[in-house]
Design a protein around this ligand. Structure first.
Ligand SMILES: Cc1cc2nc3c(=O)[nH]c(=O)nc-3n(C[C@H](O)[C@H](O)[C@H](O)COP(=O)(O)OP(=O)(O)OC[C@H]3O[C@@H](n4cnc5c(N)ncnc54)[C@H](O)[C@@H]3O)c2cc1C
Ligand SMILES: Cc1cc2nc3c(=O)[nH]c(=O)nc-3n(C[C@H](O)[C@H](O)[C@H](O)COP(=O)(O)O)c2cc1C
Ligand code: SF4
Length: 639
């Protein structure tokens, strides 16, 4: 068994002793309501704290009254937030972790006269080179008000019992914008050379010390490099970090890039541990603890980073949503028991849409009370047909509750369509989740029968108390001439290597599966054209991921033709209708990626013939892994 060397050693950060080296970094969950702590948020924080992490940082809090534009994030801009925040601190402490309040300087301002919100910045530089609002340069008087407000918020954080405050000075937030020559073009004392550009942040730190006390622990989160044209590089951050140390910052969390940077920072294509070098650089120039992270989901890698002296602590955001118990499991050496994050970023996309955060692999995240898992009142014989994520999650939960579970799959490996979903480029993380669920079947004593195509007669013969149909879905074959021709294959057949394609390939359907299959084929040197009937390609891809795959498809010279509805497939290619006109795209092979349809056959045949019948996952409605897992969890705890 791998033995961890350093991950569970305690460390002092300012005034606080941390029991190990794992940090849950700043993370919005959108579980607040009207900027206030809710039971849902407390349950979520409690679960993470009890899972063994040493330090949790809240999501970026609102430090100035912006009229509730961030109503699902936490407010700390007036004293009457303190009682609620104290309750949140209480649950984290009860769970055995320390907690820091993340304070951000707003890049928004509510004009007193107009009452409306406007975007502000150090200068009028549009932050996003791909377009965005032009900020209004903030006045010196407003700068003073922000500094004062952050000082008051630090005092409130201390009053509420937070162990520390972390100033968010990274990813292109207002403090970062002041520090960076990319956005700061001011000619007054807050702009110009580095000393002037840092003045805003240093005055915030100074004000926080005055209002909350010099002994209160202040932390900073910075971007190790901005990855913006003309912005800070690691070398610049290595100059900034010692200045922050001298100003009284007690630990530096080194994150990556700006939100607007053209470099993906936490997409699944980013190799694990890719950004450690940024923290390593900062660690060379300071004596305070340095925190690294982003794409470090593996405790063994985290331990190695610390043991090699590259950083003192490691943060994990998404891995602790996927499995809040990761630290405890790692400490006990139960590595295979850790439910892995698949880096799909559905969590991030939901909060960007302003919705409460959800997780693909952990349907309990944010629904801990609703989805508590209790022992079954009476153990039942449960028969599950289908070993994809829906069937395996239902089996896992039912077996945990004490039911006797049999799971059959006609394939020779567990995983269902996840075995295909992991095949396109950069999707290997899905494979870890398949391995985890399959491992849980063994650990929980589920009777797994592979290579068995289950029929209604076989189920009836078994006479189980509960039958769960999780048989998934099958690809849709469009009802157009030529769709069943020899030159046509489904995306699944192509990805699994069941069918070969020629050099010039047309893919009908530009959703996630079509785009990923296009990249898969382009990497094999094929010339690929996507034909999409909608006005946009990749509409079902998470916003956080879409721009990354589009960037790669363009680089791979994949043609993307929109508003192109396939009407006919011939031996020479595809005829589409476009704005009422007919157009022909030549292709040696045609790949179908037009969606999936549920296969209700088995469920229909079993209707009324078994004691209790449930249909879950794609076999109820083709969606994604998240919905499959959630339906499995729901039924697993219901029976
Ligand atoms: C190329 C591709 C990429 C994808 N990428 C993603 C992604 O990135 N993210 C995401 O969230 N979703 C993705 N999906 C969708 C996701 O894989 C499915 O939504 C999910 O696997 C559905 O889970 P399920 O358990 O309901 O069904 P499946 O995973 O389809 O499992 C059903 C299982 O039932 C078995 N079965 C069927 N009939 C019988 C029978 N009669 N007897 C025994 N066994 C039977 C099958 O062998 C199969 O193993 C992708 C899908 C494809 C095709
Ligand atoms: C749902 C979600 C919300 C986030 N909110 C914040 C935030 O409020 N403040 C912050 O500094 N970082 C935030 N982040 C970024 C994370 O702290 C972290 O840097 C990022 O997820 C990469 O780390 P990971 O690979 O361990 O997930 C958020 C990330 C996610 C997934
Ligand atoms: S939603 Fe996806 S990226 Fe986010 S924690 Fe869950 S598995 Fe990881």
């Amino acid at each position: 068994m791998t033995k961890l060397k350093k991950l569970f050693e305690p460390i002092m950060v300012g005034q606080i002793e941390l029991k190990n080296r794992l940090v849950r970094p700043g993370m919005l969950s959108n579980y607040a309501e009207n900027e206030r702590v809710t039971d849902r948020m407390k349950n979520f924080y409690s679960e993470v704290a009890r899972g063994g992490v040493a330090l949790m940082v809240t999501g970026g809090m609102t430090c100035i009254d912006l009229g509730g534009v961030m109503a699902r994030g936490l407010g700390i801009y007036k004293d009457d937030f303190i009682p609620g925040l104290r309750e949140l601190v209480g649950v984290v402490h009860a769970g055995g972790a320390k907690v820091a309040a993340q304070l951000s300087a707003p890049a928004m301002w509510r004009s007193a006269e107009k009452g409306s919100i406007e975007v502000i910045g150090p200068s009028d530089v549009v932050v996003n080179p791909r377009g965005g609002p032009k900020p209004r340069p903030v006045t010196v008087d407003e700068i003073k008000q922000i500094i004062d407000a952050l000082g008051d918020c630090t005092r409130r954080a201390r009053d509420a019992g937070f162990d520390a405050v972390e100033f968010h000075a990274g990813i292109g937030g207002l403090i970062n914008q002041f520090m960076s020559p990319y956005t700061n073009k001011r000619t007054d004392k807050y702009g110009g050379d580095l000393e002037n550009r840092m003045r805003f942040f240093l005055e915030i730190i100074n004000m926080a010390q005055r209002k909350a006390g010099e002994d209160y622990t202040l932390l900073a989160r910075v971007s190790g490099a901005d990855f913006m044209e003309g912005g800070h590089t690691l070398e610049d951050t290595m100059v900034v970090a010692p200045i922050l140390e001298r100003a009284g910052i007690k630990a530096i969390n080194v994150t990556t890039g700006w939100h607007e940077a053209p470099v993906p920072s936490f997409h699944a294509s980013v190799p694990r541990g890719a950004w450690t070098y940024l923290a390593e650089g900062v660690k060379k120039v300071v004596n305070i603890p340095v925190v690294t992270g982003t794409r470090v989901p593996d405790p063994i890698l985290a331990d190695q980073i610390i043991a090699e002296g590259k950083a003192d602590l490691v943060y994990m955001a998404r891995p602790l949503i996927a499995d809040p118990e990761l630290p405890n499991k790692a400490k006990e050496g139960r590595f295979d028991d850790i439910r892995p994050c698949i880096a799909c970023s559905r969590c991030f996309s939901t909060i960007l849409r302003g919705e409460p955060m959800v997780c693909t692999v952990n349907a309990r995240a944010g629904k801990e009370a609703e989805y508590s898992i209790e022992p079954a009142k009476e153990p039942k014989r449960v028969f599950i047909i289908g070993g994809g994520p829906a069937g395996m999650e239902a089996a896992r939960v039912a077996a945990m509750r004490g039911h006797r579970v049999t799971l059959a799959d006609k394939g020779n490996r567990l995983g269902g369509l996840m075995l295909v979903a992991e095949l396109p480029p950069y999707k290997d993380d899905i494979g870890y989740f398949t391995k985890y669920l399959a491992g849980q079947m063994e650990r929980l004593g589920v009777d797994v029968r592979l290579g068995e195509e289950v029929t209604a007669e076989a189920v009836e013969k078994m006479k189980p108390d509960v039958v769960i149909v999780a048989t998934g879905a099958t690809p849709i074959i469009p009802d157009i001439p030529g769709a069943r021709g020899d030159n046509v294959a489904t995306a699944i057949d192509v990805l699994t290597g069941k069918k070969e394609v020629g050099e010039n390939v047309a893919i009908i359907g530009g959703g996630m599966v079509g785009c990923e299959t296009a990249e898969f084929l382009a990497q094999k040197g094929k010339r690929v054209t996507i034909l999409e009937m909608l006005g946009r390609v990749g509409v079902d891809i998470e916003a956080t991921n879409r721009w990354v795959i589009m960037q790669r498809l363009r680089a791979a010279k994949v043609r993307m033709e929109t508003n192109a509805k396939a009407e006919e497939i011939t031996a020479k290619g595809v005829r589409v209708s476009r704005d009422g006109q007919s157009q022909f795209f030549e292709a040696d092979s045609v790949v179908l990626a037009v969606g999936m349809q549920a296969n209700p056959k088995l469920a229909n045949e079993l209707e009324g013939k078994v004691k209790a019948l449930y249909v879950i996952g794609d076999s109820a409605k083709p969606q994604k892994i998240a919905e499959a897992v959630e339906s499995g969890l729901r039924v697993g705890r219901e029976i």
